[in-house]
Design a protein around this ligand. Structure first.
Ligand code: ADP
Length: 499
């Protein structure tokens, strides 16, 4: 008994308002009993002796709980209940009745009553039912507070947020999103996304998220460009789209986040332009310095001492590395600007790999490295850019040679699968530490340790390989173990690029 007595007080204490209770009953005895007991429990209590008076009071001020007698002279409790529920749906109504028959219960519940108290009731019964009502109000309040907090947060985000139900109807669209798509309407909720979004890739992403199978949870990401009018520049947006699900893992809809990356892209473009401009500008002076050093080295400008030759040779090597760097930077900027995709032709990858292996045979022999192609099929064809594919093979094979100690083994092969063609290059060389593997395709990244210290390089080779593979809609993977070797796999989708 004490427990439940404490529970109302605890609820009232926890709650950040004093519950306002209205007792609508014509029996003075009930009015007084309820008023005294609930006031003791920390509620603000008022009394109305009939339905009409009760409604008048409710109109003037909000009550959290109404204790309502069903049988009163004049307006019946049921009529009051109907009015309260239609005008004040948040108010909890507890019915007090002398004859709590099943029919009565069903009817009042249908009309929105929260619970019953049958006359005569004990103080304990009253406490119990009021305690339950306060708990209920508190839960509703928590939900409302949480909703309001979320709404404020989402509405003030500078990133766009769009959620849809599984019929692709908009359930939420924050101001940042509406601004990004140039939509001035505020009442978009309930409309189909396709009424406001015309970008087919974006519609596709939402579609994909909604139809994602229950056992997967993949985030669909992409960059999309939203074209604007002549006066306004296009904007580039990083988009992430994810499904959201119920407890049974059914897809309820999608959440899409939009991050404006226009400024970042511009800076990136400026950087790339600057780098390729510098690379281009230094290439010809470097070549001319190299030629002049070669002339001097060949003795055409007079006899040289051994020491002078050594110094000039070192300078020549350094300049060759610089020329390689500028060539690779220019290659990369060409690939990144999408120039390569324009010139595609039918390529036999088996023949292309064989010719690259033949090209590197001498370098491999010089380190007693066994360099072979594993025979699979005689010919495997794909559509691609010849120079780029040669660059891919050349980078992978030359890396395998450079990062293998003498006496290693390098094998390359091409496979044809049902949905892709696969190129593999494996070596028994130095290997790459696990924690560095994720960076090896980054520009200028090089593994730095005792063993690689003396191997020259720019850190651009694999970035070029990755850009070429990406531009051909392929994927590249790597597995490696330190001191055991490294294996690269490249996959090109058959549908698009094979013939
Ligand atoms: P680099 O010009 O330095 O060779 P890459 O981009 O081609 O540049 O390679 C990046 C780094 O990845 C290299 O510095 C090297 O540490 C590592 N690496 C690449 N290929 C191999 C390989 N086959 N075996 C071991 N390490 C490799």
């Amino acid at each position: 008994m004490n427990n439940s007595k404490d529970s109302i007080k605890d609820s009232v204490k926890d709650i950040f308002f004093k519950p306002r209770v209205l007792v609508v009953d014509d029996e003075v005895r009930i009015q007084n009993a309820c008023q005294r007991l609930l006031a003791e429990e920390g509620c603000d209590v008022e009394v109305a002796e009939n339905g009409a008076k009760g409604l008048e009071m409710i109109k003037k001020q909000h009550f959290d709980i109404i204790l309502l007698d069903l049988m009163m002279p004049g307006m019946s409790g049921l009529e009051v209940l109907k009015d309260v529920k239609s005008h004040h749906p948040d108010t909890v109504v507890i019915i007090i009745t002398g004859y709590a028959t099943l029919e009565h219960s069903i009817e009042t519940m249908k009309k929105g009553a929260f619970d019953f108290l049958s006359k005569p009731f004990s103080p304990q019964e009253l406490r119990l039912v009021i305690g339950k009502a306060i708990e209920f109000i508190r839960t509703l309040q928590d939900i409302a507070t949480e909703k309001s907090r979320m709404r404020v947060m989402i509405n003030t985000l500078t990133d766009g947020v769009l959620t849809t139900d599984n019929q692709k109807r908009i359930a939420l669209a924050n101001p940042a999103f509406l601004k990004m798509i140039g939509c001035r309407k505020t009442s978009v909720i309930g409309h189909k996304v396709s009424e406001f979004i015309t970008n087919s890739r974006l519609l596709d992403m939402i579609d994909q998220a909604i139809n994602e199978p229950a056992d997967t949870f993949a985030e669909i990401t992409d960059e999309i460009t939203i074209p604007f009018s002549k006066e306004k520049d296009d904007i580039i947006i990083g988009v992430r789209c994810i499904p959201f699900r119920d407890r049974l893992n059914r897809n309820l809809g999608s959440v899409t986040l939009f991050h404006d990356i226009t400024a970042l892209k511009k800076i990136d473009q400026l950087k790339s332009d600057f780098v390729s401009m510098v690379a281009h500008e230094i290439k010809s002076p470097l070549n001319s310095i190299l030629m002049q050093i070669d002339v001097v080295l060949a003795g055409l400008a007079g006899e040289l001492t051994e020491k002078q030759k050594e110094i000039l040779q070192k300078s020549s090597n350094r300049i060759k590395s610089l020329t390689k760097l500028s060539t690779e930077l220019l290659d990369l900027s060409k690939i990144e600007s999408g120039l390569i995709n324009q010139e595609r032709e039918e390529l036999d990858l088996v023949e292309l790999t064989k010719s690259q292996i033949a090209f590197y045979r001498d370098q491999a022999d010089a380190k007693s490295i066994h360099l072979t192609i594993k025979e699979t099929k005689k010919e495997i064809w794909m559509m691609g850019n010849r120079l780029n594919m040669e660059e891919v093979m050349s980078n992978l094979i030359s890396n395998a040679i450079r990062y293998s100690p003498n006496g290693g083994k390098i094998t390359a092969w091409v496979d044809e699968k049902t949905d892709c063609v696969k190129i593999t290059v494996s070596d028994t060389g130095l290997g790459i530490p696990q924690n560095e593997l994720e960076h090896i395709f980054d520009k200028f990244f090089r593994v730095k340790n005792e063993k690689t210290r003396h191997i020259n390089g720019t850190g651009l080779g694999l970035a070029i390989v990755k850009s070429i593979v990406d531009a051909h809609h392929g994927t590249i993977e790597v597995k490696s173990e330190v001191n055991k070797g490294t294996i690269f796999f490249i996959y090109f989708p058959k549908s698009e690029y094979t013939i």
